[in-house]
Design a protein around this ligand. Sequence first.
Ligand SMILES: Nc1ncnc2c1ncn2[C@@H]1O[C@H](COP(=O)(O)OP(=O)(O)OP(=O)(O)O)[C@@H](O)[C@H]1O
Ligand SMILES: O=C(O)C1=C[C@@H](O)[C@@H](O)[C@H](O)C1
Ligand SMILES: [Mg+2]
Length: 197
Amino acid sequence: MTMECAPDSTRIPPEGLDEARPVFLVGMMGVGKTTIGRQLAAALGREFVDLDHVIEARCGVRIATIFDIEGEEGFRRRETAALDEYTRRPGLVLATGGGAVLAEENRRMLSERGCVVYLRAGADELYRRVARDRNRPLLRTADPRQRIVDLLACREPLYESVAAITLDTGDQPVAQVLRNLLPQLPVRPAVQAPFTE
Ligand SMILES: Nc1ncnc2c1ncn2[C@@H]1O[C@H](COP(=O)(O)OP(=O)(O)OP(=O)(O)O)[C@@H](O)[C@H]1O
Ligand SMILES: O=C(O)C1=C[C@@H](O)[C@@H](O)[C@H](O)C1
Ligand SMILES: [Mg+2]
């Protein structure tokens, strides 16, 4: 008699299964938190929320406009309030903003309330992905590529300090990132999703 084995991407970790534990995605702008978060939520049969989109919907304007009117400080206040609310919700896949790990209180919320996944990529690849997008106020400088290098150097230890799982997305298509991620998560996949490349 032959035994049917599930493919690696659907293998369920033996311990720590938790249907309700939220999954939080952290990492630099352009690393793929929104893209991967959406597909991860579909694979887990969960609701997906993007914190940047929550803040934009509440304010009725794009993030760049919030920075223009209230400065980065005003945006960070809104970000902490939204993070406090959404990290308490069970069963979410939550994509956070690239700077959500800057405040110590935010880092505490993330690491205490859910499973934090750090998505990582090098500065050149991040720059390639975000170069044409105008809604990233921190990149409105003379040398946005250098800005990414500087932000990454300063933030990398912060992302690492909250992460339970770290994954490279720089040289991997989205579908492969998801195949690598699913077996590491201490949550139960609801379905096996046909990931899009
Ligand atoms: N693994 C990947 N390989 C190639 N391109 C990718 C990958 N993941 C995401 N992308 C592309 O990179 C761009 C940025 O991705 P996305 O918006 O998901 O990043 P983000 O982490 O949510 O950024 P932000 O923090 O600014 O919201 C998109 O055009 C997306 O299609
Ligand atoms: O890296 C950052 O600090 C930011 C990333 C985006 O997700 C937004 O949250 C905002 O543009 C700030
Ligand atoms: Mg995003």
